[in-house]
Design a protein around this ligand. Structure first.
Ligand code: ADP
Ligand code: MG
Length: 687
């Protein structure tokens, strides 16, 4: 069967892509052939230079052209593994093939190939334990190769062969997406050419230009979409009843504390929004514990008083449940009916909730993205509150909004981000910042501890637990090294449980558990059944246990500074002093070590975010997958604020008709509104 695939076809349409590969690709967010074209490399490997074995230095990453001169075996952990001797005209080396005995048949004695890997110089000579190989024409592999983000079971080799194939068979279908007049103005290459170059650049300079070109295009389209949406929104007019504030006042007097100055200011900004004819669209930023939820509840009460319904959405089951418990507690005296909805709420209970929601008997519904489901209908949804906690990205922010008649919308984010970034990410939202923590919080002391001194940490944890407090041990878990990360965390859990704290109760929560399991563990920890909780992911700890006062973060060098800052916000929530120990891996270099010092020296989330932006780029700060913002935008945010500014200006001028003919613009915009970029923006920002 001849292949005639199109950009919108599913990956499975391609020869060589079966259900198993396509399932893995989906984990990377790649469903269609077009998606694969936009799965850009995270880095490159420059194989243009061949190194002679003789010249390879210890620890150096090299490509050599070698021939196989013999096979033998070696023992490791009770198993036999293949060892291959290779040589080039300058010398020889050994390849240690851990669990790769099948290479015996691929790298046969006498065959010649390109060997790429990190070399170790030992007494016995040169060796490679992790390496890649490539056959091919004399100079075929001597070029710059892409390094893609991977997932378990999908190799770099496989992805490379897929992108090459796809570029060859559908590359020509890629259309230009920005107005011709702008492309000409900047002498930008065609979109097709830019994309090809990003995957397989001829040299570093054209790579840089291609990345800039695509970034510019993405920014332009993004700003254009926001511009179009904003124009539309300004025209919406709602009739508003005045806010009397009776419920608000009863609520505020029932609180055991007074709002901070920052909370009062932000609340006033929100109430002003909610009194205007056009809907509120506001982002509330503030560190964990700064009191965003309390502010959002006041807005909820203002809304309920005006007979509107409120939906509060959180990114995970655990967080949504926690919100639900707290909202119910807060509003218990105010005769407000609050219900909970998630995928886990089923059967009669679900029907009952849905019906009362539609009748208007339920005033506040708290839940997960299940609230987006088609079956969820409101009597009069008037306020949508979205708690994004630490990650951006509620792709369907708009679709929840569609369930009411232009409801007010409030997004809460605990990730403080620099202003340029929030303007781009949240485009159409007004921003309020709660930049003051309530008084009377305990202090969080942050310390960086070497692996060799871990005993000290163990002792401190024990001390706190003996005082009746609780502790977290956090381990990283990322998709790319899922298996080994998970194993790591499990091992650590076993060790803590059986060796270090056999007399205490230690719980485990990790990203591979289902929601019910997680909820069970969290309930036990909250209830004090566990004194120590081992956790793998950030979000699972997005949780309010004010009795927890110690947090140990292992392999801290692998987290972004902002992530760590979020994490440690989970301790120090009560009046007790808290301790955060950052324990980098043994192999951590000076630079990463110093980076962590920033956390020891400041508690200011914005400052930390600025550092993250500078040191690790915006992808880390924002959380690439969750954001729903094209990853190119994210990548280029730091590289190029100049580029953002220019795209912003150009898009505005273009919309205002200062570029090109009226007819051309009409035609372009008609097409643009049908495009994926525009639809994405509508989904993200709401139409
Ligand atoms: P955020 O949503 O920003 O993480 P919350 O609204 O959940 O913060 O508040 C965190 C904790 O601080 C809650 O236990 C809340 O009751 C308490 N809190 C909120 N505002 C104040 C305040 N002004 N003074 C004292 N405690 C407060
Ligand atoms: Mg909160």
């Amino acid at each position: 069967m001849p292949e005639h695939p199109g950009l919108h076809d599913k990956m499975q349409y391609l020869r060589g892509v079966g259900p198993s590969v396509s399932e893995k690709l989906e984990r990377l967010g790649i469903t269609t052939i077009g998606d694969l074209l936009y799965h850009f490399p995270r880095d490159y490997e420059d194989r243009r230079h061949i190194t002679y074995l003789r010249d390879a230095k210890d620890g150096q990453h090299v490509t050599c052209r070698v021939a196989v001169s013999g096979h033998s075996t070696f023992q490791h952990r009770g198993r036999r593994h293949l060892r291959i001797k290779v040589a080039d005209p300058s010398g020889h080396a050994y390849l240690y093939c851990f669990n790769r005995n099948y290479l015996r048949d691929t790298l046969k004695v006498g065959s010649t190939f390109y060997l790429t890997g990190t070399v170790s110089c030992r007494k016995g000579g040169l060796l490679f334990s992790q390496f890649d190989y490539a056959f091919g024409g004399e100079d075929e592999e001597l070029r710059i190769l892409p390094i893609y983000p991977l997932t378990v079971g999908l190799s770099q080799k496989k992805l490379r062969s897929l992108t090459e194939h796809v570029l060859r068979v559908v590359g020509d279908q890629v259309q230009d997406e920005i107005p011709e007049i702008i492309r000409r103005g900047y002498r930008l290459k065609s979109r097709r050419e830019l994309i090809r170059t990003i995957h397989y650049p001829d040299d570093i300079d054209s790579l840089r230009r291609a990345r800039e070109g695509v970034s510019y295009e993405e920014f332009f389209k993004y700003q254009l979409a926001i511009g179009l949406l904003k124009d539309k929104k300004v025209k919406i007019q709602k009739t508003r009843m005045p806010i009397e504030g009776k419920m608000k006042n009863r609520f505020l007097t029932s609180l055991p504390f007074e709002l901070t100055g920052a909370q009062k200011r932000v609340l006033e900004e929100c109430e002003q929004d909610m009194s205007r004819p056009s809907p509120m669209n506001r982002l509330i930023q503030g560190d964990v514990g700064s009191g965003k939820t309390v502010v959002s509840l006041v807005c909820a009460l203002d809304t309920i008083e005006r007979r509107g319904q409120v939906a509060l959405m959180a990114p995970t089951e655990v967080l949504a449940r926690q919100h639900f418990d707290r909202v119910k507690r807060y509003l218990s005296d105010l005769a407000v009916r609050t219900e909970f909805l998630s995928g886990a709420v089923r059967g009669e209970l679900r029907d009952e909730v849905l019906e009362s929601l539609l009748r208007g008997d339920v005033q506040v519904i708290v839940g997960t993205h299940a609230l987006f489901s088609n079956t969820v209908l409101f009597h009069d949804l008037a306020l949508v509150i979205i708690d994004e906690q630490q990650k951006f990205g509620v792709l369907q922010r708009g679709s929840l909004r569609e369930k009411g008649d232009h409801p007010d919308c409030m997004v809460m984010s605990a990730t403080p981000i620099p202003r340029t970034l929030s303007m781009t990410l949240y485009g159409d939202l007004d921003v309020s910042v709660i930049d003051e923590l309530p008084a009377g919080r305990g202090v969080i002391k942050t310390e960086i501890v070497k692996q060799a001194e871990i005993e000290k940490v163990y002792r401190k944890v024990r001390e706190e637990v003996e005082k009746g407090r609780q502790a977290y041990f956090i381990y990283p878990l990322i998709e790319e090294s899922l298996k080994s990360d998970l194993k790591n965390a499990m091992n650590a859990y076993d060790k803590l449980k059986s060796e270090e704290y056999p007399d205490l109760s230690v719980g485990l929560i990790h990203g591979r558990m289902n929601d019910e399991e997680k909820e069970g563990v969290m309930r036990a920890f909250r209830g004090g059944e566990y004194q120590i909780l081992v956790s793998t992911t950030v979000i699972e700890v997005g949780i309010d246990v004010s009795n927890a006062t110690v947090m140990v973060i292992e392999q801290a060098e692998r987290f972004g500074l902002s992530s760590i800052h979020q994490l440690r916000g989970r301790i120090g929530r009560g009046e007790h002093d808290s301790y955060c120990f950052l324990v980098p891996d043994r192999s951590t270099g000076r630079e990463s070590f110093n980076r962590l010092m920033i956390l020891r020296d400041t508690q200011d989330g914005f400052k930390i975010a600025e550092w993250d932006l500078k040191l690790r780029g915006p992808g880390e700060l924002i959380g690439r997958k969750q954001s729903g913002v094209p990853s190119f935008i994210i990548d280029s945010l730091d590289v190029n604020t100049r580029l953002i500014a220019r795209a912003q200006k150009d898009s505005r001028r273009y919309l205002e008709g200062e570029m090109g003919s009226e007819e051309e613009r009409r035609r372009f915009l008609d097409g643009f509104i049908q495009s994926r970029s525009f639809r994405d923006a509508v989904l993200y920002f709401g139409g």
